[in-house]
Design a binder for this molecule. Structure first.
Ligand SMILES: [Zn+2]
Length: 255
């Protein structure tokens, strides 16, 4: 049996935890006995996601709904199995639904990764992602579109924030009652391929439209929160406007 990836639960705000997997994060939002799960790691992280829920004293069946930030394999890989096993509905932005169903793909191809393999940080990262199941079919056929206006009727009452660019239908999720903002891959604080921490955008090969991804940061800058929960990298304690200013500045350092 494959080695089970490790994880770390990082308390972010009242009832909100960032779960740090080996190469990608997911988020758990509790309200009473119920949970919202945002994203779910690579296919090989499926048991780890369930374990992270049990580590909070809850069961996977306590998840009332799963929210997807975007349809990349490192964020949706475990979710088809999770939804089927536990009968939990999975939601994404209307523009992201066909991507999650793999009617098209806006993701770095193995060829793109190979062309960047001369960069010293790429080969070890690529080995991890292959072991984590990145080449497996990860579509979530039953994904449902979210309403365009929040707050959503799910634990934590998340408000979707459209942030197109990384993918066309990318959503962040604002938790105004908790002072938290789940930023997915619209704004991250670290990645094995950039080699530095702090608010930043991902390397170009990961974005469907890098210019749009930079422009979409404006939607975050005008959001009120004290803590950011990114798709990659550590928790960020600070306001979104400051984080966005830093990410824009750091963009010059990211290939
Ligand atoms: Zn990602």
């Amino acid at each position: 049996m494959a080695h089970r990836p490790a994880f770390r639960l990082v308390p972010a705000a009242e009832g909100v935890h960032l779960v740090r997997g080996p190469a990608v994060n997911w988020t758990l939002i509790a309200e009473g006995g119920a949970l919202t799960l945002v994203d779910g790691g690579y296919p090989a992280y499926a048991d780890t996601v369930e374990e992270s829920i049990r580590a909070l004293g809850r069961r996977p069946g306590d998840v009332a709904g799963v929210l997807i930030t975007h349809g990349h394999v490192d964020h949706i890989g475990s979710l088809a199995r999770f939804a089927e096993r536990h009968g939990v509905p999975v939601f994404a932005g209307a523009a992201e639904v066909p991507h999650v169903r793999r009617e098209f793909l806006q993701q770095a191809t193995p060829g793109t990764v190979l062309r960047n393999a001369w960069r010293p940080r790429v080969p070890p990262w690529a080995l991890h992602l292959v072991a984590a199941g990145a080449l497996r079919d990860c579509r979530v056929a039953g994904v449902r579109p979210l309403p365009t206006e929040g707050p959503l009727d799910l634990p934590g009452r998340p408000v979707p924030v459209p942030t197109p660019g990384h993918t066309t239908g990318h959503l962040c999720y604002h938790l105004p009652e908790r002072g938290a903002l789940v930023t997915g891959d619209a704004l991250v604080t670290g990645h094995p391929l950039t080699g530095f921490t702090g608010p930043q955008i991902l390397p170009s090969m990961f974005h469907h439209d890098r210019a749009a991804a930079l422009a979409a940061l404006e939607a975050l800058a005008t959001t009120t929160a004290e803590v950011l929960l990114p798709g990659h990298g550590p928790l960020w304690r600070g306001g979104p406007a400051d984080a966005v200013a830093r990410a824009r500045e750091a963009a010059a350092r990211v290939w």
